[in-house]
Design a protein around this ligand. Structure first.
Ligand SMILES: *[C@@H]1O[C@H](CO)[C@@H](O)[C@H](O)[C@H]1NC(C)=O
Ligand SMILES: *[C@@H]1O[C@H](CO)[C@@H](O)[C@H](O)[C@H]1NC(C)=O
Ligand SMILES: *[C@@H]1O[C@H](CO)[C@@H](O)[C@H](O)[C@H]1NC(C)=O
Ligand SMILES: *[C@@H]1O[C@H](CO)[C@@H](O)[C@H](O)[C@H]1NC(C)=O
Length: 391
């Protein structure tokens, strides 16, 4: 059973919210088996070959001031897309588009060691648009860290050229990156929690007028290996959700942080946030739904998931009440089904964290069920959610 395969890229903070501007970055991650994600698998999934935007049917429907970035689904646990850096462009760099953090980094050509052995690496000296800024880059993770220097360059993402983006060039990658299908992480939360205190790639798109609407949206598929998932910049594609988008205000611009009132199971409240207002974080970079320590009763109220997947239909529906609106989550989403070995294996995609954190992290199991919009064009910013329509 690949319980250990559940990937977690959690923007977990040891932060007191009052000092969120100085939040320390910390990621939690569980390891995949070493056999996962060989370069052969990567090629089969089409990740190693540069894809032209025109090849994406979805993208061809869009206008000039919007970006369409296809993402590949790995085991319903990680979604990665290709970006390019510099002039002429280098890459592709496979990155996680992570709404739970705010920094972009890729490995630098100086990155040695096992963790960088099979990574695409960026060479600053080969880029005519590169501007060094000399600052150190350092992000702390649960099992290590990423360190290097910071520079500015053009980022090509979703068919858009975004000039003068500050990013980290990692000389050292923590060991846990070794077996992951990614070169770096592209953070899409707020500048306040950026380690380098720089605008995110999406912020730069809006600042430089590359997109005309300061928002982006995610559709995450539920099919291992497929390439229908995407993040659109400056655009909402109504073909990928049903009904109306429900918007909830962000109350502190750090993570995409929204108020949660309760969690119910089959309509019965199992956690009431009335007294301790719950902090929900909408996070594409976390493979599970992670609840703070003290929420064991929630998980205990869900009957055990059979590893052979035969009891999924009998499991209850969960309801998360966010910003006063109920969002149902059926077992087909909160159970993670791994089909990579041929025989499906199932595991509950909800865990209680042992670390001290105030956050209810609504990660990929929630975001496969709900198309999500991240809108900075309003004051305060807001998150939009609507049931996904899978093509
Ligand atoms: C890098 O790829 C090669 C060839 O596929 C493989 O033999 C090696 O084990 C990989 N190294 C790491 C650290 O994953
Ligand atoms: C690097 O980019 C950031 C925005 O991402 C900008 O504020 C800063 O001025 C740039 N630095 C240089 C040296 O161009
Ligand atoms: C599936 O697993 C459950 C629990 O372990 C077991 O009771 C059941 O017999 C299994 N069903 C099949 C078809 O293997
Ligand atoms: C939840 O409802 C489903 C469908 O009505 C039912 O089969 C299941 O036993 C209920 N589960 C719990 C834990 O109440």
């Amino acid at each position: 059973m690949r319980t250990a395969a559940v990937l977690v890229v959690i923007a977990l903070a040891a932060i007191a919210l009052a000092e969120h501007a100085h939040a320390e970055r910390m990621y939690l991650r569980k390891h995949r088996p070493a056999s996962s994600f060989t370069s052969l698998q990567r090629r089969q999934l089409g990740l190693d070959a540069p894809r032209s935007l025109a090849a994406s049917k979805h993208a061809s429907l869009l206008g000039a001031d919007v970006g369409a970035q296809p993402l590949v689904n790995y085991d319903d646990e990680v979604w990665v897309g290709d970006i390019y850096l510099g002039t002429p462009t280098q890459g592709p760099f496979s990155v996680v588009f992570d709404t739970g953090s705010s920094d972009l980094f890729v490995p630098s050509v100086n990155c040695g060691g096992e963790a960088c052995a099979n990574k695409t690496r960026f060479s600053a000296v080969k880029s005519s648009s590169y501007i060094p800024n000399g600052k150190p880059f350092y992000v702390v993770y649960g099992t290590g860290y990423v360190a290097g220097t910071e520079g500015n360059d053009t980022v090509s993402v979703g068919g858009l050229q975004v000039p003068d983006v500050a990013f980290g060039e990692a000389d050292v990658l923590a060991k846990f990156f070794e077996n992951e299908p990614l070169d770096g992480i592209l953070g899409l939360a707020f500048q306040d929690i950026s380690t380098v205190h720089n605008p995110t790639v999406a912020d730069r798109m809006a600042q430089t007028g590359v997109i005309s609407s300061n928002m982006f949206s995610f559709y995450l598929s539920s099919t291992d290996g497929d390439k229908t998932s995407f993040v659109d910049f400056g655009h909402i594609d109504s073909n990928y959700y049903t009904g109306k988008i429900t918007y909830v205000n962000v109350f502190i611009s750090s993570y995409w942080l929204i108020g949660m009132q309760s969690i119910s199971i089959n309509g019965t409240k199992v956690h009431d946030c009335a007294l301790d207002y719950c902090l929900g974080v909408i996070d594409t970079g976390t493979s599970i739904i992670a609840l703070p320590y003290g929420n064991k009763a929630v998980v205990d109220a869900i009957p055990p998931v059979f590893a052979n997947c035969t009891n999924i239909a009998t499991l209850p529906t969960l309801t998360f009440t966010l910003g006063g609106h109920p969002f149902d989550l059926s077992p087909e989403y909160y159970v993670i089904r791994d089909t990579s070995t041929g025989t499906p294996q199932c595991v509950l995609g909800i865990e209680v964290l042992v670390e001290t954190t105030p956050f209810y992290i609504l990660g990929d199991p929630f975001l496969r069920a709900y198309f999500s919009v991240y809108d900075k064009s309003t004051t305060p910013p807001r998150v939009g959610l609507a049931p996904s329509r899978h093509p």
